[in-house]
Design a protein around this ligand. Structure first.
Ligand SMILES: [Zn+2]
Ligand SMILES: [Zn+2]
Length: 559
């Protein structure tokens, strides 16, 4: 029986365009993982959605003279467009503004309240006398009490990653006008995170399959002692509090956005016509859930969301949280405010999706930060994607197409060298299979590429282009072996490079979608008709490097 895999992916905040850091951090690895499992014949559900509540969107709307809805509608559409162009294959990409999400969040809130895991308390909230508003946590800035970084935000220190409350900051100031905020009393609900300390620790100690950096970071955080967290805010844009007397307050985004994984599953089940189907991904031992996020989101997915699930009771805890580290751009830390970022819609308006998917896969920030540079993008495209893989495919398919009547040649007997290449192709498929099942994406991609390299060496030795004049059978055998390897690469690389794998699938004369072909060495049969081949990838001009680098730090994005 196949496995059942739930894939939750970080909810992008709908106040700006996506950039390559988001893609390398969460969206590409989750898509590779989903495509791989579907190809294996497993049942996959991959969901996410636009996170559309919270103060930054209201402030952005105010500044632009628009309604918050207009801002989030614009970016939600843009996200959907980007997924389609980059090939990120969500089963559902919804948003936190749906009635369904409010309903599921309310149920979650009330259940935790009834079980005693939510309580009411009066707290002092930062209020800016200059702006005349309560400031949400991230709109208070100051010095981090843990690492003394001077630009720490009131919800989290971006430098050391610790969650925070504004009252903990040293020298707090309003982010909008730099005035020192006053603290005013306000009644709010709290989630009793501290009650889960021991249960969480006991659970975490069993997660030995987690990435070392994720596990260590989480353990350190929990061992320092968990504090209860406010789950409501003084704001009017968000999911309402489902109780009388709290009309001016909303659920805090961190609390309701993680519930989105569950509400999206329920929405997906409803639209499939089988409303109870959500249970198969959330209850019982049949399903494993994976959460793909960037490292700034680790605590919410390894500690807070699991605690909420423990409190709710009866829903599956995360099986793995393969969080990625950060992507730097041209050697410097990515910064959206300084426009030191490569924006996904810009990339997609100028280049093909697979070269980016290739580059971000082969240098994925799985265990440490990695760097994106346009020089590396051009080099890896030209020297690896085109020269190693693309040329192997194109050289073999065009030669066979011209000399063997447009169909797969019938091989003679394999010598030991040819047999070794066939065996290596099968081994590589097994290796990539194992690596992908463990979320080792970079290594899996390298393993597939080294098969392409070895096959190029094999073809140089056998030189079918020369041999064909005196021994057509020997040439046919070598080319048949190469086509068989190419067919394996089509499968192994499909999760990473879905667009070119589909083209190759068609050139090889297979029908339908490569995604339905299964994870197995499926060799073309002798006589199988090929389609006229075209290059899978194109070389990029080095001139683009300077042009692209000069855009950094200058482009402004206005809605
Ligand atoms: Zn800090
Ligand atoms: Zn202010």
């Amino acid at each position: 029986m196949g496995e059942r895999i739930f894939i939750g992916v970080a909810w992008p905040y709908a106040d700006g365009p996506l950039h390559l850091g988001h893609i390398a951090g969460a969206y590409l690895p989750s898509d590779i993982f989903a495509r791989y499992h579907r190809l294996k014949g497993n049942e996959v559900l991959m969901v996410s959605g636009s996170d559309q509540h919270g103060t930054p969107i209201t402030i952005k709307a105010e500044q632009a003279g628009k309604k918050p809805e207009e801002i989030v509608n614009h970016y939600h559409q843009q996200f959907l467009d980007s997924w389609q162009k980059l090939g990120i294959s969500f089963d559902l990409f919804t948003r936190t503004g749906t009635a369904n999400h409010a309903e599921v969040s309310h149920d979650f809130f009330l259940t935790l309240l009834n079980r005693g895991y939510i309580y009411k308390a009066t707290v002092s909230q930062p209020f800016c006398p200059q702006c005349r508003r309560f400031l949400s946590d991230r709109y208070v800035e100051g010095t981090c009490p843990y690492c003394h970084f001077s630009g720490a935000r009131g919800d989290q220190c971006e430098e050391c990653g610790k969650p925070m409350t504004p009252a903990e900051l040293i020298d707090p100031r309003c982010k909008l006008c730099a005035t020192t905020p006053q603290f005013k009393d306000s009644e709010h609900f709290f989630f009793k995170l501290s009650a889960f300390q021991d249960r969480l620790l006991a659970w975490m100690k069993k997660q030995t399959h987690w990435r070392q950096n994720v596990l260590n970071f989480t353990m350190r955080y929990v061992e320092e002692g968990l504090k209860d967290r406010a789950i409501t805010r003084d704001i009017d844009w968000g999911v309402p509090v489902p109780l009388d007397g709290f009309e001016g307050k909303r659920l805090y985004v961190w609390f309701e956005a993680v519930i989105g994984y569950l509400s999206a599953t329920k929405e997906w089940a409803k639209s499939s016509g089988d409303e109870a189907k959500w249970r198969s991904f959330w209850q019982g031992n049949e399903a494993r859930s994976y959460y793909f996020i960037g490292k700034d989101n680790i605590i919410f997915h390894t500690t807070i969301w699991p605690a909420m699930l423990m409190g709710y009771d009866g829903l599956n805890l995360p099986y793995d949280v393969p969080a990625n580290e950060f992507l730097t751009i041209e050697g410097s830390k990515l910064s959206t405010s300084r426009n030191w970022a490569v924006w996904l819609p810009d990339y997609l308006s100028r280049y093909e999706p697979d070269p980016l998917r290739y580059l971000l896969s082969i240098s994925m920030p799985e265990t440490a930060d990695t760097n994106f540079s346009w020089r590396e993008f051009v080099r890896r495209n030209n020297d690896e994607l085109v020269a190693t893989y693309g040329n192997l495919v194109h050289r073999v398919l065009t030669f066979v197409y011209r000399n063997f009547d447009g169909s797969v040649p019938a091989p003679g007997e394999f010598d030991s060298r040819s047999q070794a290449v066939i065996d290596m192709a099968k081994d590589t498929l097994n290796t990539v299979d194992r690596l992908l099942s463990q979320c080792h994406f970079r290594e899996a991609m390298r393993s597939a590429m080294s098969l392409a390299q070895d096959t190029n060496r094999y073809l140089e030795e056998k030189s079918p282009w020369k041999v064909i004049k005196e021994n057509k059978q020997a040439a046919a055998t070598a080319l048949y072996v190469a086509i068989s390897v190419i067919s394996c690469l089509r499968t192994a690389l499909y999760p990473f490079l879905p667009f070119s794998s589909q083209k190759l699938h068609e050139f090889l004369g297979f029908e339908g979608s490569v995604g339905d072909d299964g994870w197995q060495p499926h060799f073309p049969s002798p006589g199988q008709k090929l389609l006229p081949p075209e290059p899978l990838f194109s070389k990029l001009d080095e001139g683009l490097i300077e042009e692209e680098v000069s855009r950094l730090g200058h482009v402004t994005h206005n809605l």
